[in-house]
Ligand binder design. Structure first.
Ligand SMILES: Nc1ncnc2c1ncn2[C@@H]1O[C@H](COP(=O)(O)OP(=O)(O)O)[C@@H](O)[C@H]1O
Ligand SMILES: [Mg+2]
Length: 375
């Protein structure tokens, strides 16, 4: 078992792209840690640096307290699964899975047994074990690569979007399996994904990255309920958060020419005349067909069926605001509705830099820090 410490890690590619910019991060022993961010933010570069496949320009990497910054990949005792599974084409599937054991001189019979048991848990079984990777679908190959990492039993798992080639249903199944497996094995895991739902579902803690920086280091629930800035707010959530420009006025605020009450706890943290951005998830607002004095009002412009509920797009002045409603109270297109935010979940950000200044009074929480180095 091992924790993982990143200190001041910097990687500048030829051409001047700062893929990692003086990054600090501590990943705890046994933790399932997700690195989340849009394409190009530096996730793969960070993972490859931990693996020893990328040489940082500055900074240190410690695994289990040992400085591995200058060690070759093979000496770091970690297993990596890439987006493009790197399987050995001339070996059978079973041989691929058990290859790490062969290097450790485990006997043929035990290798086969491991290949069968690890394989079975990933739906790789029967005749599939004796085929070559080239005879499998992309998704099947991805699962073989996962199985091989598991068979290796390393101190740290590094996953780079390992489920991205699976079809939607298999991806969900593999996700659940992976989470259970990581719990059972207790191996420190760093999991790269651009899929916010995957990060939320899997991680004990996660880092949301943007352009070589960590914008929030937190639990999934804090990233979802209390995004530290508008970048994280807009990146996390299956339905995008509403981010509404507003001006604080007389204990409430003006939004697109309408007045919205602010919760008391928020009022104490903003000043009259201050330009802010209100963060409101579609799930945390009610849509009313009868007038609600403190609601934002406008006509329904778009209706989208999400299955359990519907996503309603409402035109409020020059803004478009979205809210979900249960399937038994969906308004009709063109209906005038009143939107009432859940005051406990309302978020308020500074207009100029997008940093959070206030959260509604929902469930008390320990304020966490964006500065990963101090954790
Ligand atoms: N070998 C390379 N040479 C030049 N630029 C690179 C190289 N690898 C990555 N980059 C750049 O570094 C940034 C981060 O890339 P990457 O770590 O792959 O992002 P992510 O995995 O988050 O999509 C991107 O701007 C990318 O174009
Ligand atoms: Mg990548």
């Amino acid at each position: 078992m091992a924790d993982l410490e990143i200190r001041g890690l910097t990687r500048v590619f030829p051409g001047g792209v700062r893929a990692l910019d003086n990054l600090d991060l501590h990943i705890r022993d046994g933790e399932f840690f997700a690195l989340l961010g849009p394409s190009g933010c530096g996730k793969t570069t960070l993972l490859r640096s931990i693996a020893g496949l990328e040489r940082p320009d500055a900074g240190q990497i410690l695994i289990g307290g040992r400085d591995v910054t200058r060690l070759p990949p093979g000496a770091r005792d970690l297993a990596m699964v890439f987006q493009d599974y790197a399987l050995y084409p001339h070996m059978t599937v079973a041989e691929n899975i058990a290859y790490p054991l062969k290097i450790r001189r485990v006997g043929r019979k035990d290798r086969r047994q491991t290949a069968e048991s690890v394989g079975a848990s990933l739906q790789i079984k029967g005749g599939m074990l004796d085929r070559r990777p080239g005879q499998l679908s992309g998704g099947q190959q991805q699962r073989v690569a996962l199985a091989r990492a598991i068979a290796y039993r390393p101190r740290v798992f590094l996953f780079d979007e390992p489920l991205s080639n699976l079809d939607a249903r298999l991806r969900l199944e593999a996700r659940t399996f992976l989470k259970q497996l990581q719990r059972d094995l207790g191996v420190t895991t760093v999991y790269v994904t651009h899929d916010q739902a995957e990060a939320l579902a899997l991680a004990d803690r996660m880092a949301v990255m943007e352009r070589g920086h960590i914008r929030q280091l937190d639990t999934p629930s804090n990233c979802f309920l209390r995004p530290a800035n508008t970048f994280v707010a807009s990146f996390i959530g299956s339905t995008p958060m509403n981010l509404l420009s507003a001006t604080v006025r007389d204990g409430g605020c003006d939004v697109a020419g309408q007045r919205l009450a602010l919760p008391e706890i928020v009022r104490g943290q903003v000043q009259s005349g201050e330009a802010v951005v209100l963060g409101m998830r579609p799930e945390y607002a009610d849509v009313s067909l009868v007038e609600v004095p403190e609601g934002l009002s406008g006509p329904v412009r778009v209706l989208e069926n999400l299955g359990v509920d519907s996503l309603v797009t409402i035109e409020i002045g020059d803004l478009r605001v979205q809210a979900t409603t249960p399937e038994d109270c969906v308004p009709a297109l063109g209906d005038r509705v009143w939107l009432v935010p859940d005051q406990r979940r309302l978020l308020v950000y500074r207009a100029d830099d997008g940093e959070r200044i206030a959260v509604g009074p929902a469930a008390p929480f320990a304020e966490t820090t964006v500065d990963a180095g101090s954790l």
